[in-house]
Design a protein around this ligand. Structure first.
Ligand SMILES: [Zn+2]
Length: 250
């Protein structure tokens, strides 16, 4: 194994030269200030590069990423990013972005032990447990992304409930919280309809987003079931949590 990463350093030189050629003065311009309009809170997954997905340049997107895009009320790292973004950079939007086929969500759904990260993924398990009754009605193949979407909606609510965001709204500063979901299979972002422009709208937006999610998955489930017949129907309808232990104790 090489101890040098010369190829990455070479690529960086090439990228910097190309960027400067395309936009002369690009880097010296960035030195003066960063004035992003958006804070992106996404998964650390290497397949979900924030700036690239929305075609934004350095300086245009403030980014925080962790395993499974979790926003924990006591996570000083994430809270500090939110505070820096709202108080100092005055971003106008905070977007929580989950993605399909998320490893953290798969581990949470199926109680897979991955190590220390289990303690972090526990927050996604909490989301699963809160919605287990509904999740259990879905065909197994729909559950990972359904939980991923639920997780985005719940984490967006957590953003709204931070003292930082509550204070931002209380002083009349414009800030909208959003929840999106990225499809690894098609490169597209979907708006999960949790759009919160102030504290008063939070509960309504949350309920609306959950209702919209349920309706979309009901349609999907119907189409899956409609395409099946006879003995094929049974496995698709098998309760989601059949493979795990009963959830009551959690
Ligand atoms: Zn992920």
């Amino acid at each position: 194994m090489t101890t040098q990463l010369q190829e990455l350093l070479d690529s960086n030189r090439l990228w910097a030269a190309k960027t400067e050629q395309r936009s002369p003065g690009f880097f010296t311009g960035l030195l003066k200030q960063q004035a992003p309009q958006y804070l992106w809170i996404g998964c650390a997954d290497s397949r979900v590069p924030a700036n690239e997905l929305v075609d934004l340049l350095p300086g245009e997107l403030f980014v925080h990423r962790n395993v499974a895009n979790v926003v924990v009320h006591s996570d000083l790292n994430c809270l500090s990013v939110i505070q820096f973004a709202t108080d100092l950079l005055k971003v106008k939007h905070i977007i929580v972005v989950g993605h399909s086929h998320c490893g953290g969500v798969v581990a949470a759904l199926n109680d897979v032990r991955v190590g220390l990260a289990d303690n972090w993924i526990r927050h996604v398990r909490d989301v699963r447990n809160r919605h287990q009754e509904w999740l259990a009605t879905l065909p197994a193949e729909q559950q990972v992304d359904a939980l991923g979407e639920l997780n985005v909606i719940e984490q967006a609510k957590n953003v709204c409930q931070t003292t930082v965001v509550q204070d931002t709204w209380a002083r009349g500063q414009a800030l909208v919280v959003h929840g999106w979901f990225y499809g690894l299979n098609n490169g597209l972002l979907r708006d999960l309809k949790i759009t919160v422009p102030n504290a008063a709208d939070m509960a309504g937006a949350f309920d609306e987003a959950i209702a919209s999610l349920h309706a979309r998955h009901a349609l999907k489930t119907d189409s899956v079931r409609g395409s099946l017949s006879g003995p094929e129907l049974a496995p698709a309808l098998a309760p989601a949590f059949a493979r795990g232990a009963p959830r009551q104790s959690r």
